[in-house]
Design a protein around this ligand. Structure first.
Ligand SMILES: CC(C)(COP(=O)(O)OP(=O)(O)OC[C@H]1O[C@@H](n2cnc3c(N)ncnc32)[C@H](O)[C@@H]1OP(=O)(O)O)[C@@H](O)C(=O)NCCC(=O)NCCS
Length: 180
């Protein structure tokens, strides 16, 4: 079955929220936790869908199998850095749908003039990690006890980045300040 990747529209809002709610309900993959603030998320999703119009601020992609939404990916760009978030519905993972979304997302980022894509994943999310590494993302940091969960616990997160502009000059080498 061929997957279709396309831009999200306002007609997708309910399906996007249902997908996010289902994945959040699994409790172990994404930052969002149930119960979702559906009104708040709807407003944020709507804003992202509208932002797509300018071509550089954001993109919201959906993956469909025979007309049914099975995945989504969003990116928000600020000062040339795009933050990536994504989810594939349970039962459709490990079939290359995430890869199709990430490929399309990176294509958008390049066209939008983004110089870097960044994301975070939970330390145990090996499937996400494998997917991101396949596209060249590298670990840039490990954030210990970073996020407070609704049950009060603090979860670590892993930061990954993908540099898209390797041509611009970097900063000059500077002498280290002598120790005081
Ligand atoms: C993470 C996620 C987006 C990946 O999408 P997907 O469609 O499942 O991914 P793909 O099938 O395109 O690729 C998965 C890769 O992980 C690998 N993989 C699968 N299970 C794995 C495991 N347990 N350990 C390591 N690698 C694994 C696959 O071999 C594949 O790599 P390859 O293409 O190099 O062979 C999807 O599984 C998902 O939505 N999970 C729940 C929500 C989530 O984690 N979102 C991301 C939060 S950072």
């Amino acid at each position: 079955m061929a997957v279709t990747i396309r831009r999200a529209t306002l007609d997708d809002l309910d399906d996007l929220l249902d997908l996010r709610e289902a994945v959040a309900g699994e409790g172990v993959w994404i930052g969002a936790q149930v119960p979702l603030d559906r009104d708040g998320d709807r407003a944020r999703h709507l804003h992202t869908i509208e932002q797509q119009e300018d071509g550089t601020s954001a993109v919201f992609l959906v993956a469909e199998l025979e007309g049914v939404m099975v995945g989504s990916l969003s990116m928000h760009a600020r000062i040339g850095i795009a933050g990536l978030g994504m989810q594939i519905a349970d039962g459709h993972r490990g079939q290359g749908i995430g890869a199709a979304l990430v490929a399309a997302g990176i294509e958008w980022a390049r066209e939008a003039g983004v110089h870097k894509v960044e994301l975070e994943h939970w330390p145990w999310n090996h499937r996400a990690r494998a997917l991101y590494e396949r596209f060249g993302f590298v670990e840039e940091g490990y954030r210990r006890r970073q996020y407070r969960r609704k049950d009060g616990s603090l979860w670590d997160s892993v930061v990954m980045g993908l540099v898209l502009d390797e041509d611009a000059p970097g900063h000059e080498e500077r002498a280290a300040e002598p120790p005081i």
